[in-house]
Write a protein that binds this ligand. Structure first.
Ligand SMILES: Nc1ncnc2c1ncn2[C@@H]1O[C@H](COP(=O)(O)OP(=O)(O)OP(=O)(O)O)[C@@H](O)[C@H]1O
Length: 310
């Protein structure tokens, strides 16, 4: 049977604290029982989701499922591109979200779990969505490029993820995340940053964070950009001003509810290109990873990727 009539699932067995490895055989059986033709492979380490996706698309597969958390989805999305171009503009992505945070699918309001995912496939609704491109620097001063579907942020989030990822080698799982987040909120000092959108400087000074959002949620359910749409050809840029630790902590419930935009010192802007620069070291957070630092450039690629799940 031709590869374009089959789905290929890229499964991160490590996601959802290892639960994905245990449950995938059951999910696969459910999908096959429903009549879907599915091939799959497990990733064996970080970054592999991108390489596998590229190989599959070059090999003639057109229907890809990412099985895991937002990190896996991010790696798979990156695999749709090579040399700044889509490998196959006809290729399609479905996200079976099975991670710890699962922030991306909250924007789509897809129910979690295998039954929700089967509903997505049955409904067959899909849409061309926007993808963000980000350019940043690694520790050796080399410029790197990545793509993202959900939210990227600069500032507190980047420092938190860097700390959590360092600690998780020692502690593991949720405890490291909690401890790392609390330590970061207390230790982080707001940075002198400047943010330019579509060629105009929209703010400059001491700021806590700059969020560049295509989707709405980060951090396991915080609705940081409540009005962001995946297919509106715009980033929503949410700037958190020079807030104290206490102000951040006090307003966390508002951020979860998405009612923080009215707080004085929060700015919301829209645009297709964003540049964040600073004389200080500013860290990028990309779907729970901390791949590098500033200056950071974001560019929106409108309606470029076919996504299932509407
Ligand atoms: N086989 C593997 N072993 C270890 N790590 C892996 C493997 N495959 C992928 N990874 C890495 O696991 C990391 C976490 O995956 P992912 O984000 O999908 O799950 P999660 O953390 O449970 O979910 P979420 O990000 O939604 O909270 C990713 O950075 C990915 O690179």
């Amino acid at each position: 049977m031709h590869k374009s009539s089959r789905w290929f699932a890229i499964v991160n067995p490590h996601s959802a604290n290892g639960k994905t490895r245990k449950r995938w055989p059951h999910y696969l059986k459910r999908l096959r029982d429903e009549g879907y033709l599915i091939d799959y492979t497990y990733t064996t380490g970080p970054g592999e989701g991108t390489r596998i996706t590229r190989n599959l698309l070059n090999d003639g597969y057109t229907h890809i499922i990412s099985v895991g958390g937002d990190g896996t989805m991010n790696e798979v999305v990156n695999g749709f591109f090579s040399d700044n171009l889509l490998i196959n503009p006809q290729a399609e992505l479905a996200v079976f979200s099975h991670g710890t945070g699962c922030d991306f699918i909250r924007t789509l309001q897809i129910p979690k779990g295998i039954e929700g995912f089967i509903q997505i496939l049955k409904r067959g609704n899909k849409r061309q969505v926007d993808v963000g491109e980000v350019l940043f620097y690694d520790n050796y001063g080399k410029q790197l490029q990545r793509y993202f579907l959900n939210v990227a942020d600069v500032g507190l989030g980047g420092e938190t993820v860097a700390r959590v990822n360092q600690q998780s080698k020692l502690l593991g799982g949720k405890l490291s995340f909690l401890i790392g987040s609390v330590i970061s909120i207390f230790k982080y000092r707001n940075k002198m940053m400047s943010c330019e959108i579509d060629g105009k400087v929209i703010c400059s000074g001491r700021l806590n964070s700059i969020m560049v959002a295509n989707g709405r949620y980060i951090g396991g359910g915080m609705m940081i950009a409540p009005h962001a749409e995946l297919d509106d050809a715009l980033f929503d840029v949410v700037v958190l001003g020079d807030f104290s630790t206490w102000t951040i902590l006090r307003n966390i419930p508002k951020i979860y509810r998405g009612t923080h935009l009215k707080i004085p010192g929060v700015g919301v802007y829209r645009g297709q290109s964003v540049v964040v620069s600073s004389d200080q070291r500013i860290l990028l957070d990309l779907d729970g990873e901390q791949p590098g630092h500033g200056p950071i450039q974001f560019r929106l690629m409108p309606s470029i990727l076919c996504l299932w799940g509407y």
